[in-house]
Design a protein around this ligand. Structure first.
Ligand SMILES: C[S@@+](CC[C@H](N)C(=O)[O-])C[C@H]1O[C@@H](n2cnc3c(N)ncnc32)[C@H](O)[C@@H]1O
Length: 469
């Protein structure tokens, strides 16, 4: 089949993890559908790739709506980051639950005695995010006859150098949207150029708002290119004046603001963090404890959802006493929440700023039995084992890519009584569980999916392994 061929009246059967739709061609080949597919929809498709075993296609037009499409919030816009917004929330939960089960199917007979608990819903489905990352950019296309030097919003789905203007983000609350609008108006009127990834010229790159759900304390991070041809340093001065004299008086909940000198080519929020207003960190309360968050630290982005996730992980971890390893610990949250149940907790986190937050968070909550290690979990477990130390229970919460390939094998050598694995990617969870379960020393007792990210394809899963021999 030729590229750009149009297939008419194709039904979307389901969504697979990652958010693509799945349909079947009359010749039996599977079609991976991009462009915001909804199960139950009938669409016209344009073929992008034709392989022997499957096709890739893009939605060209909707022929019939899906019965799973629900009512949309008043001022919604669907961006790449909330592409499931048209799908009813109960259906989103069903799809995510199925995706977790599908991903774990590779464990086959290892699942025989596993209890799959019902998916845990997010307490809020709109305005739930405590952190939103906006991007500045341009939209210049000679082919389309567009020359727009100022865009501020989100990346266009699948097009990382294109920004779509945001009017209102329904995943953020009203106040975050108001701050975003004030920054948009100021930056547009400032005349200071937005960053162009092709030439690396321009100042404005990313704008991150973090807001504590419990206290309302807000932190702003302006990621800007402070080293380009034409940069005069006055840009930084003008931003500082705007934050202190305009933004903070209008939004007194802004307790902290940073400029991130982001001069690298990669489109990521990174660089030297220079504080331009207020305190170093903001504080969030979760399950009765206080956690300080540094601008460079990972923190779960749905605070009420994080409480559900942690309650789930804490209830699956049955152990008491002895030593707990909290691997991929971020700001120390899970280890600190579990500290009173164990004699000693070792909290292991790669990012030094997050590990330092963890240390302060333990002290802030009067927790004295957590040791913090800033470094790679895979190196820590090897060194810990080599020094002859024991672990009775292990909590694992890695990033999307899962654990380093060496880590699961080392973890098995501890012969810990139980392991709880919190994962934001069912595919890498399944991959790592294969290694943890293959020796037969552990059985997978429980699996719970927790939805922390309504209207997106993302899903958290908590899995518990118990030692059998
Ligand atoms: C999904 S987050 C979980 C953080 C924490 N458990 C929580 O609930 O907030 C994963 C964390 O692992 C850290 N990380 C990434 N690679 C790592 C590695 N090789 N060793 C240790 N930590 C790592 C990241 O910086 C991030 O803080």
């Amino acid at each position: 089949m030729k590229k750009n061929t149009v297939l008419e009246n194709v039904r979307i059967d389901k969504l697979v993890f990652g958010g693509k739709g799945l349909a079947v061609h009359p010749d039996g080949r599977k079609i991976m559908v991009s462009g915001g597919a909804i199960p139950g929809q009938t669409v016209n498709l344009r073929i992008l790739k034709s392989k022997k075993n499957y096709l890739e296609a893009q939605i060209q037009g909707i022929v019939a709506k899906s019965p799973f499409e629900g009512d949309l919030p008043a001022h919604y816009q669907v961006y790449g980051g909330c592409k499931w917004l048209p799908i009813r929330y109960d259906k989103q939960l069903e799809i995510k639950d199925d995706q977790v089960k599908d991903a774990l199917r590779i464990l086959r007979d290892k699942l025989e005695n596993t209890v799959f608990h019902p998916i845990v819903a997010s307490p809020e489905i709109y305005g739930y995010r405590n952190k939103v990352e906006f991007s500045w950019g341009k939209y210049i296309s000679d082919r389309e006859g567009v020359r727009d030097e100022f865009r501020f919003g989100f990346h266009k789905q699948g097009e990382f150098d294109r920004i779509v203007d945001c009017d209102y983000c329904v995943l953020a609350d009203d106040r975050i949207n108001e701050i975003f609008a004030a920054v948009r108006d100021y930056s547009r009127d400032s005349g200071i150029p937005t960053y162009d990834p092709k030439t690396q010229i321009g100042f404005w790159r990313h704008f991150v708002v973090r807001k504590s759900k419990s206290t309302g304390a807000t932190m702003l991070v302006f990621s800007a290119n402070t080293d380009y041809e034409g940069f005069t340093r006055k840009e930084e001065g003008e931003l500082l004046v705007f934050v202190r004299q305009t933004l903070v008086p209008k939004f007194p909940e802004i307790e902290s603001a940073y400029l991130l000198r982001n001069t690298g080519k990669a489109d990521i929020v990174t660089g030297e963090a220079v504080k331009i207003h207020g305190s170093d960190t903001i504080v969030e309360n979760l399950l009765g404890l206080e956690f300080e968050i540094h601008p460079k630290s990972f923190f779960q982005t749905n605070s009420l959802g994080a409480e559900k996730l942690y309650e789930t992980a804490l209830s699956l971890m049955k152990g008491q006493g002895g030593t707990l390893l909290d691997l991929y610990a971020g700001t120390g949250t899970i280890g600190i929440l579990l500290a009173k149940r164990f004699d000693t907790v070792h909290s292991v986190e790669l990012v030094p700023e997050a590990s330092a937050d963890g240390k302060r968070n333990a002290a802030r909550n009067g927790v004295k039995n957590v040791e913090f290690f800033a470094g790679k979990a895979e190196d820590f477990v090897k060194a810990f084992l080599a020094s002859g130390k024991k672990a009775d229970a292990i909590m694992i919460d890695p990033p999307r890519d899962g654990m380093h390939p060496d880590a699961p094998k080392t973890i098995l050598e501890f012969k810990a009584k139980e392991i709880v694995y919190v994962s934001c990617n069912p595919a890498t969870l399944a991959r790592d569980l294969v290694v943890l379960l293959e020796s037969g020393e552990y059985r997978l007792t429980d699996v719970v999916a927790v939805d922390m990210f309504p209207h997106t394809h993302h899903i958290e899963t908590v899995a518990r392994l118990e030692r059998v021999s």
